[in-house]
Ligand binder design. Structure first.
Ligand code: PLP
Length: 386
């Protein structure tokens, strides 16, 4: 196949552009040794500070056992969309379990969080409707907003005055759908959203609220079930399982009528194969384990305090992070790549996150309950001399 036509030329040009700007991304083959805090890259072993497996659940024997058991009992695939023949009893049982845990009217399981966000927003809003999302919301929310064809606007990060201004300006007296969307714990900055204030504004302006709880699930909130657990005023909560959940998938919490609506209008439910039994088994095990993992959460909190104060003693700027996601904010792409590569030379793996993923370049350090104090000291020691 000759790769010389206009499309190929454009592809190459765009890649060259990324490279010139120090923004080229590439895939790094990696092998984990049980815990995600240790990884083999090439022929060396690295200390890993960029996994989202915050509780170390992905290697938990019960997660593995349940996932294997579900595969043995139900096969490797659900084999059809939920609306065809893929709505297996195990999916219904899992959703009932999640809804009961959260005391929510209903829950709906998705293949993953990206698919959920990109398909839920276009289901909830269309032409003439209004979506207002925090400026630092995850790309899946941005994609969902664009796909929806609604008026999609972003308010300044965690700025309720700006949100109020936007609600006043765009909401007016119109009666069309209006949803405000925020993350509870921001994935690249590690800071929390002012959920109560946002929810009060939604009530004042008769808007609905959707909260993406991807990074809080498992770690924060009552029983570690996220910031949306028991939170009044959230019309649609989204949890993802690929972070502290230690597996893969996503789930919503909502009223029964919103669930029924999504089953009828959400492309990410209708036009995709239902989650595989192995995935359902692991999700179910995660929901059994997480509420009882208070000790792991306590350890994670100690790790957060220790590393955050160590970084601040070294003069690093970690922004408003208050969580297991700790960015080291840097001036530009080159500086971020340089610092990541200095750590890499010392067998410490931390990703440099650069535009367009974020507005400003940074190293994004993520902590696990399984990181030891030796691990944290090693990271701090290398950063001290970097
Ligand atoms: C805030 C947020 N929402 C959604 C997603 C997507 O979730 P998943 O990894 O399950 O596709 C991510 C993860 O990348 C995320 O950080």
């Amino acid at each position: 196949m000759p790769q010389s036509n206009e499309s190929y030329r454009n592809i190459r040009e765009k890649l060259e552009g990324r490279e010139k700007e120090y923004r080229l991304r590439s895939l790094q083959p990696i092998a984990f040794r049980g815990s995600k805090t240790s990884a083999d890259i090439g022929h060396s072993t690295f200390l890993n500070f960029c996994s989202n497996d915050y509780l170390g659940l992905s290697g938990h024997p019960e997660m593995i056992r349940r996932s294997n058991e579900y595969t043995s009992d139900h096969g490797t695939s659900s084999s059809a969309s939920r609306l065809v023949s893929g709505s297996m009893k195990i999916h219904h049982r899992l959703e009932d379990k999640i809804a009961a845990l959260y005391n929510s009217e209903a829950s709906l399981v998705f293949g993953n969080g990206f698919m959920a966000n990109t398909s839920i927003l276009p289901a909830l809003a269309g032409r003439g409707d209004l979506l207002l999302a925090d400026k630092r919301c995850h790309n899946s929310i941005v994609q969902g907003g664009i796909l929806s064809r609604a008026t999609f606007r972003r308010f300044r990060h965690n700025d309720c005055n700006h949100l109020e201004e936007m609600l006043k300006r765009h909401r007016g007296n119109q009666k069309n759908n209006c949803w405000v969307i925020t993350e509870s714990l921001f994935s690249m900055d590690g800071d929390f959203a002012p959920l109560d204030e946002i929810s009060a504004l939604c009530r004042q302006f008769d808007a609905c609220l959707m909260v993406d709880d991807a990074h809080a699930f498992g770690v924060w909130g009552k029983q570690g079930l996220g910031m949306i657990n028991g939170k009044e005023g959230v019309d649609l909560g989204l949890g993802t399982m690929g972070k502290a959940g230690g597996c893969y998938g996503a789930f919503t919490l909502s009223s029964a009528v919103v669930k029924e609506y999504l089953i009828n209008y959400c492309a990410g439910i209708i036009y995709t194969t239902a989650p595989a039994p192995s995935q359902v088994g692991a999700m179910e095990a995660a929901f059994d384990l997480i509420p009882n993992m208070g000790n792991a959460r306590e350890q994670l909190r100690m790790n957060i305090d220790y590393l955050s104060s160590g970084l601040s003693d070294l003069g690093y700027d970690t922004g408003d992070s208050r969580s297991q996601i700790i960015p080291i904010l840097l001036d530009d792409e080159q500086e971020a790549l340089g610092l990541a590569s200095r750590l890499f030379n010392d067998n410490i793996y931390v990703q440099a996150i650069r535009p367009p993923t974020v507005d400003s370049s940074r190293l994004r350090i993520t902590l696990s309950a399984l990181h030891t104090s030796d691990d944290l000291n090693r990271l701090l020691e290398v950063l001290k001399h970097a």
